[in-house]
Design a protein around this ligand. Sequence first.
Ligand code: SDX
Length: 427
Amino acid sequence: MNNKATININDNTHDIDIITGSEKEVALDISKLRSDANLITLDAGFKNTGSCQSAITFLDGEKGILRYRGYSIEELAEKADFLEVAYLLIFGELPTQDQLNKLSDDIKERAIIDEDLRIILNSFPKSAHPMGILSSLTSGLVAFDPSAVDIDDEEDMYDAILNLLAKIPVLVAWVYRRRKGLPLEYGDTSLGYVENLAKMMFQRPNKEYIQNKTVVSALNKLLILHADHEQNCSTSTVRIVGSSHAGLFASISAGISALWGRLHGGANQAVIEMLEAIDSDGGDTKKYMLKAKDKTDPFRLMGFGHRVYKNFDPRAKIIKVAADEVLKDLGINDPILDIAKGLEKEALEDKYFVDRKLYPNVDFYSGIIYKALDIPAEMFTVMFALGRLPGWVAHWREMRIRKEPIGRPRQVYIGQTHRLFSDIKSR
Ligand code: SDX
């Protein structure tokens, strides 16, 4: 492979460096294009543009491959626990038992939240969307830990990262319980990370909480499957906000807001709302398939399609199997799952979807499991955010350690050229 490309424009020739990644991805390094050739590039939505070089996650959209630090998502979802995967994404290697024990102990040390934050939470109207609350409270954490703003050394960074890994699950549980009108309680430091999350969310104030292995296993798998996905919209947001040297909490709060969008993480809530609408409409999936293909209709088949995957999203395959297992273990028969499977089958045989390589993505089946765990649809994207937290943190840390420049894209100006001010009387 050459390591140079040449462009010829207005009879001038310019060399452009070619770089090749460890998985043989090839890129044109245009970092000198403006200084050498007074040119910029334009790529709405960054469909063809790499923002950085990263060693965290690899995706192959054509082959439906997803790996965290080289480990396949299939192996991690089957064999790892979420805290192990968090360590892997953030620090680059699977932890030894001692390293995992230290991470777990350090998290437990930080898992208490200032009571004033509880007051802020309780000041939100009950109708407030949980993602708006979580984003606000995550940013609000800095009020109780101002040292997390200017992070200049590894020790400060470790402390800020651990504070988030420790406090976000508590905030997720409290946001869930506030919506249910339940008291905001802590869990139990004798429990593992996911077991503790389940207890904080689901314990009833008037009876002993009995762990449900199916619930813990399903949550563990879902959190792992959502943990990272390279330069998606919310992760790119975390990186660009962090590149201004805004603190870690502010950067993650921005990522939560980006994830909320229904074209991104908010799709898991939109999928269930769509499936329930189809169910109450007599289960007529064909009608909704036609709507999805009708360009005059804003309706899209939520949970379908992906910017990178032009094959099955490997996470969707795993979640689909898990949904069957969880509903069977919990003795739940949810007609929504059958509607989802019917839609998938129709879409995979439909020319419109096949031609555009539109397959189910991570959001298509995940809500069916959350619903079976008695998690309301408005909380689905909050669960996605908790899963994605280690991925966001890993990318923020990588960007800061590599001292990447502040993100500041160029543009092509298409507005008015220079003109003189006119007095209001003459307008
Ligand atoms: C996530 O990036 C990530 O990695 C994200 C994520 C992660 O882990 O971080 O994987 C999580 O966000 C998953 C995606 C969740 N969103 C949805 O399920 C919403 C529904 N999907 C679409 O809105 C859409 O597929 C996107 C936003 C996911 C991707 O959009 P693109 O890449 O910009 O593609 P596009 O909008 O240009 O669509 C290409 C064509 C268009 O038709 P034509 O103009 O070519 O005729 O496909 C059509 C679109 O109209 N199309 C759909 C469709 N998705 C795309 N038509 C109907 N239903 C859909 N869902």
